[in-house]
Design a binder for this molecule. Structure first.
Ligand code: AMP
Length: 286
């Protein structure tokens, strides 16, 4: 694999890839890689002749300064995890902040209802920052395929909308959530949990799995109330939201028949660490 940190070096590598007409796959990450990231990268390697992985902790998507400072950074370890997976001609792009934001980016995006709810409501400006960096990267890299995890379901939907808004040729491909043995969704932030917090964190996915198993007995509103009341008895978990929503615009649902695709979504703080997860409850499309 070839590791570069400037756009100039990247363009030199990309020009022959674009010209050669072979498929280019792109996996954007913020590093501190785990098996969830690797599943996206392995899929890109399978489906494209060249894969580009970016590692950049994007400041504009952090609404909380301390969260940005605490975010784990493990560049050397990341490279050693990537080298057995990537081929000789695959690319790792690790720019610094000046490289991606030579001047402040004041672009304001409008995603309608989608960026005002759930993560958008709890992390003001988060999706605008995500859109800023994804737009820059999409326009720079001009990949055929870009791989995003369903772990960040709302982000995936935002990126799909963005790709249409900016008219780019890159196909956005959704990849399933990779979980630890106890169900916890893999996340770079899991590394920030102490032993006790890590144990409690398994209750986040457990709540989603419980919602799945109880759905036949309750309406969405009743089920939501039940799960929230159970989570609120746990003093180690600070629940930000638990929502049952349609899988298209993530709008809250009052009836199981209101959508053919329904998810439960959750955000919880454990100490200073904020974790999100989701689980598909209904899929009548297949
Ligand atoms: P991040 O480094 O957290 O920005 O994540 C980079 C990409 O990896 C995003 O598209 C995430 O949705 C995806 N991702 C993160 N964790 C997981 C996971 N546990 N399973 C699948 N994809 C994931």
């Amino acid at each position: 694999m070839i590791v570069v940190s400037t756009k100039r070096e990247l363009l030199t590598l990309l020009k022959p890839v674009w010209k050669g007409g072979k498929k280019l796959g792109f996996v954007p990450t913020m590093g501190s890689l785990h098996k969830g990231h690797l599943s996206l990268i392995e899929r890109s390697v399978r489906e494209n002749q060249t894969t580009l992985v970016s590692i950049f902790v994007n400041p504009s998507q952090f609404n909380d300064k301390q969260d940005l400072l605490n975010y784990p950074r493990e560049d050397e370890k990341d490279k050693s995890m990537l080298s057995p997976i990537l081929g000789q001609k695959d690319i790792v792009f690790m720019p610094d902040e000046k490289e991606m934001y030579p001047e402040p980016d004041n672009t304001n995006f409008n995603f309608g209802k989608l960026d005002k709810i759930l993560e958008g409501a709890h992390r003001k400006g988060h999706f605008n920052g995500v859109a800023q960096i994804v737009k820059k990267l999409f326009e720079l890299i001009k990949a055929d395929n870009a791989y995003f995890g369903e772990k960040d379901l709302q982000q995936l939907m935002i990126v799909r909308k963005l790709a249409m808004m900016i008219n780019c040729k890159t196909s956005v491909i959704a990849c399933p959530i990779v979980r630890e043995n106890d169900g916890l969704a893999m996340s770079s932030r899991n590394k920030l949990l102490n032993k006790e917090q890590r144990k409690e964190a398994a209750k986040i996915s457990a709540a989603l799995f419980e919602a799945y198993s109880l759905q036949a007995k309750y309406s969405p509103a009743e089920l939501k109330k039940l799960i929230i009341s159970k989570l609120e008895t746990n003093k180690a978990l600070d629940l930000e939201y638990f929502e049952i929503a349609d899988g298209y615009e993530l709008q809250s649902l009052s009836d199981w028949n209101d959508s053919s695709l329904i998810y439960a979504l959750i955000a919880v703080k454990i100490g200073p660490v904020r974790l999100i997860d989701n689980y598909k409850l209904v899929d009548n499309n297949n």
